[in-house]
Ligand binder design. Structure first.
Ligand code: FEO
Length: 402
């Protein structure tokens, strides 16, 4: 039996939840699952907006068949060719061979690469509008949000912006299609941030370009390929504001995120002492052991916070392995515009701070406080004054609460 929800009078959600996937893209944990959204427009013509991941193919095809109610499928629009949205395209076309694929040039080439055959395609270009009856859609190219072929479309009749990966959220829908059916900002914003920062965080300028393109449109609803549909004007305004901050690498919060690696607990102790001293001064702190917490969580927190402290033992004359991996993640996600302080530990030849600086050197507008603080094996009474001075220098860069 079908599992669908109405988006509008003429648009049906025909996607599916996946709660069995352990790692999205093989990298990002999804303990609350993920949804693959697909939408079906029933107008004079029938139009499917994207397909779904292979994992939920059976449910998806059943939903589409139910939605069509015996009608033919005239078109399928491919906004994004990543297989979590396109793996079932050929299965769909085998079932509905008359359907024409609406896509752009780059997408058509990728369809040929992934499936080894050319689709019956109708190519659309930037700003082109197609009519399907009451509904007409205009297409906007959004390269690198998250792949080069990505495009968005806007339905002039309903005011729905089909936003591809943009405005997606990790997490299964659990029956709630609309963000106003849950406490989105209270319970799901962190998963929307983790999704954004890890999936498209690297491509801030391209996200900005896409936001500018759609800014003039009278958007009433945003329908992404993952997570909730947004139909509440205030939520849409606020969420776009978050995208604006994330894509311009603007901190959301005056806060110190302390990420540490520790082998025998001595670097951790320095991190904990720092956290206590900051809290005593009324400064917000979040902390992660980088060997315990997945990098995707810390990348997300780093995009949120204004200040970052990295503390690492020296290991094989370099940075501890899990810290090295995290810093590479942050650099590859293009993190910028943050104040950073470094703590290194070393019993005989401390050099972790040098390597941490080196890994972060491609990041723009990082203000790295100097000097780094060096722990010699473990903090002792002899370090109290110099550690206080290090903390004072960090605090001096944190604006006081109004
Ligand atoms: Fe959800 Fe870039 O795919």
């Amino acid at each position: 039996m079908q599992c669908t929800r109405k988006v509008t009078q003429d648009i049906l959600w025909v996607g599916a939840d996946d709660r069995r996937l352990a790692m999205f893209e093989g990298v990002y944990s999804v303990p609350r699952g993920v949804s693959y959204n697909s939408y079906l427009l029933l107008d004079e013509k029938t139009v499917l907006f994207d397909t779904v991941d292979r994992a939920v193919e059976k449910t998806f095809l059943e939903n589409v068949a139910y939605g069509l109610g015996g009608r033919a499928l005239d078109y399928v629009i491919v906004h994004h060719m990543e297989p979590d949205h396109s793996a079932t395209l050929m299965s769909l076309l085998e079932k509905y061979p008359e359907a024409v694929v609406i896509c752009n040039d780059k997408t058509k080439k990728m369809i040929e690469q992934f499936f080894g055959k050319a689709p019956n395609a109708q190519i659309v270009k930037e700003g082109e509008t197609l009519s399907f009856g009451k509904h007409s859609l205009t297409f906007y190219m959004a390269p690198m949000v998250h792949w080069p072929e990505v495009m968005l479309s806007f339905d002039h009749e309903s005011g729905v912006l089909f936003s591809a990966d943009a405005f997606g959220t990790f997490g299964a829908l659990n029956g709630a299609l609309f963000s106003d059916e849950v406490d989105f900002f209270g319970e799901y914003l962190s998963e929307a941030r983790r999704y954004y920062t890890n999936i498209v965080g690297k491509y801030g300028p391209q996200v900005q370009a896409a936001l500018k393109k759609v800014a003039p449109l009278p958007v009433k609803m945003i329908a992404p390929l993952h997570g909730f549909v947004f139909r509440d004007g205030e939520t849409i305004r606020r969420f776009i504001g978050k995208y604006d901050a994330w894509s311009t690498y603007t901190p959301e919060k005056t806060e110190v995120v302390i990420a540490y690696a520790s082998i025998y607990g001595n670097t951790e102790n320095a991190a904990n002492i720092l956290a206590c001293r900051l809290r005593e001064r009324g400064i917000a702190v979040d902390m992660f052991d980088v060997s315990v917490t997945a990098a995707s969580e810390i990348v997300s927190a780093a995009f949120r916070a204004s200040h970052l402290v990295f503390a690492s033992p020296t290991y094989n004359n370099g940075v501890f392995v899990t810290m090295e991996a995290l810093l590479h993640e942050l650099a590859s996600h293009n993190l910028q515009n943050r104040t950073v302080a470094l703590i290194e530990n070393g019993s005989w030849a401390p050099s972790a701070a040098k390597w941490m600086r080196e890994i972060l050197s491609p990041c723009k507008a990082l203000h790295i406080l100097e000097p780094a603080f060096t722990v010699r094996s473990a903090l002792g009474a002899q370090d109290a004054q110099s550690f206080d001075a290090f903390i004072d220098a960090l605090v001096a860069t944190i604006p006081e609460k109004a």
